[in-house]
Structures are given as C-alpha cells and as structure tokens.
Design a protein around this ligand. Structure first.
Ligand SMILES: NC(=O)c1ccc[n+]([C@@H]2O[C@H](COP(=O)([O-])OP(=O)(O)OC[C@H]3O[C@@H](n4cnc5c(N)ncnc54)[C@H](O)[C@@H]3O)[C@@H](O)[C@H]2O)c1
Length: 325
C-alpha cells in the first residue's frame, strides 16, 4: 500500500484526491498547499494530514508518492526535490515548463519514478483506437492527422490565479496548458513528429494575457504523414477536442467523445471516473492503473510531445520550420 500526498490543492488537486480516495491500493495520506485554507479544507474532507510546505512532506518518511498539482513554473524544481528525497512523483502537465528543464529531467533522472499525467490517453475511444492502429494490418499508410481544440477561457479564468496568462509562471498559453493533451493524442496515435511550422497569436485577450490564446501548426511525422493542429481559447464554448486520422484504406474520427471508422460508430468514452467532461475523466483511470496495476506512462513516453510543443514555440517565435529536438 503506497501513501500519497497531493501538493497544490487548487482546481486539479481535488480531482486527484477524489480519484485516490477510490483506489484501494493507495492511501491519501496528506494534502499540501501554501494556501492554508485550501489545504485545511482538503485534509478535513479526506481525514488526512495537512502540510503547508513541500519540504515538510519530503521529511515525512511515511510518504511514498507525491502528486504535483501546482502552477507550471514550480514543476521541475519540485520534481527534482522529490526525486532527490527518494519519493515517487506523479506530475501534472506540463511536466516541465521549459525545454532546458525537460532535457535536464531526461539527463539527470532517467529511469526514476516520475509519472506524467496525460490522462486522455486512457479514454475508452483512445485505447480502442490505439489497439486498432497497433493491430489492424489493412489500414495502409497513414496520410494525414488533424487535431482541433476550441475552448473558452475568458478574463475571469485568467484572473482566477496570478500565474495564469503569464510567460514567467505559465510559460505559454493555450498550447502548453489546454491543448497539449490534444497534441499528445495526435502523437500517441500517429507516431513521433519530425518537424513543425507553427504560428501563435493572442486574438481575444490582448492586454489581459501575455501568452497565446490561439495556435496553429503544420507537422511532418517521422512516418511520412502530415498533420494539422489548431487550438484556441477564444471560442465561445468549451468543446471536446476532435481528432481525425486518414489512412490509405480507412479514416477515423474522434468527435464529441465518440469514435467512428469510415463514418461507422465504434465506441463512446465512458465517465466512470471523476473529472470535468472536457478534461476527460481519465485521472481516475490513469491513477488506478498506476497504483493498482503498476502501469504508467513515463517521461520517455511523452518525450516527443514535449519536444514538439517546445519546437512549436520556437517555430512561432522565429517564423520558421523547426526540427523536433
Ligand atoms: N491534466 C489536466 O487535465 C489538468 C487540468 C487542470 C489543471 N492541470 C494542471 O494542474 C496544475 C495546477 O493547475 P490548477 O488549475 O489546479 O491551478 P490552481 O492555481 O487552481 O491551483 C494551484 C495550487 O497550487 C498551490 N501552490 C502554489 N505554490 C505552491 C507551493 N509552493 N507549494 C504548495 N502549493 C502551492 C496554490 O495555492 C493553488 O492552490 C497545472 O500544472 C495545470 O496545468 C491539469
């Protein structure tokens, strides 16, 4: 039985808590937040220990696993401290905010127990599609992939926490925060990306945020396929992301949480676990897999997603195509 502690108890920390409380193989041992009111409230609800400082969690030998649910700029430093202290780490996305931090994580901590939260990989439609792609020999060559995410994030969202919308603390906007999941699914399903050409803009929140609210990109995959990616926070509603994969002899569409093959219904995502509809309810499944089945995605598994994301920022900054890595 592992004992887990959640660090950062804002919007996503409670989703981890609810998921952990439903998994018999892990004990929600502690909740930590520098905001005492939030930490106290969570600890009271789950009858667990309360901490106000990560360093105190690290000193507690009872804790095996730390869930990092803090703002982006804190992720790498916290992961580093936890690993040095001999703890297992489950980290919210992005696992690091900066490219150099991601390289350092790969270099300094290869093989260490760090598990990124890319929970949409566990959606039923995604696991079903992945299995088809891995086993169906009749599909022919992959020609092209499309990923689209249109969400609504207005001024009140960005004002809800000081780190949001800032380059120094969020590290970017719709790409690094909201649509990295869509990018990750494209790569998880279609294979690794070789180069990207991206543009970014702030269409709806000029003067409010420093980061992009919209990104679009052309991608070349290592297997010869091409990709189109579009994501914005400027839409009037938050809709489920869409994916399309075009093969020589089949086409797949993942839309509104349903999977279609050549326009024929294949399956629908289920919502057995908690989580907002558009985040996916995968936190529960992902954490269940980790604690009950010792099955998890590793930093290496999300490497091309992270390197493609950083390459998109570089491409948009320089106005050129960037080779990934
Ligand atoms: N996987 C997903 O679908 C998903 C969804 C939402 C958020 N997230 C990610 O989760 C992370 C947190 O996002 P959020 O929306 O919950 O942010 P938030 O601002 O709502 O919550 C962050 C919490 O961290 C606390 N905190 C800040 N510094 C701290 C420190 N030094 N020690 C302990 N606690 C500290 C804050 O007080 C706050 O309560 C981000 O990386 C975000 O991208 C992931």
């Amino acid at each position: 039985m592992k004992r887990a502690c959640i660090v950062g108890y804002g919007a996503i920390g409670p989703v981890h808590a609810e998921a952990l409380a439903g998994i018999p193989d892990v004990d929600l041992y502690g909740i930590c937040d520098i905001d005492k009111e939030r930490a106290d409230k969570g600890a009271a609800e789950y009858h667990c220990k309360v901490f106000y400082d990560l360093d105190d969690c690290l000193k507690d030998e009872e804790i095996d696993s730390i869930h990092i649910c803090t703002p982006h700029y804190l992720h790498y430093g916290m992961i580093e401290k936890c690993l040095v202290a001999g703890k297992q780490v489950v980290s919210e996305k992005p696992i690091t905010m900066k490219k150099e931090e991601f390289s350092a994580l790969l270099r300094e901590f290869a093989g260490k127990p760090v598990y990124p939260v890319m929970q949409n990989r566990t959606n039923k439609c995604v696991t079903t599609l992945k299995q088809i792609l891995d086993t169906d020999t009749e599909l022919g060559k992959l020609i092209s992939v499309k990923g689209i995410m249109t969400w609504h994030r207005d001024e009140s969202y960005y004002n809800s926490a000081a780190w949001r919308g800032t380059l120094a603390y969020e590290g970017g906007g719709v790409l690094i925060n909201q649509s990295v999941h869509t990018l990750d699914l494209m790569i998880y399903l279609a294979g690794n990306v070789e180069s990207v050409n991206a543009t970014m803009s702030n269409k709806s929140l000029q003067g409010v945020i420093e980061v992009e609210d919209t990104v679009d990109a052309f991608m070349k995959f290592k297997n010869g396929a091409t990709g189109i990616f579009y994501a914005t926070n400027a839409y009037g509603k938050t809709k489920k992301p869409q994916l399309e994969l075009e093969f020589e002899h089949a086409s797949f569409q993942y839309i509104n949480g349903e999977l279609y093959r050549d326009k024929q219904f294949v399956c629908r995502d289920d919502h057995k676990f908690s989580g907002k509809e558009y985040w996916g309810s995968g936190h529960g499944r992902l954490l269940y897999d980790l604690y009950a089945n010792q099955k998890a995605f590793t930093v290496e598994d999300i490497r091309n997603t992270m390197e493609t994301m950083f390459a998109m920022y570089e491409s948009a900054e320089h106005g050129t195509t960037i080779n990934v890595r």
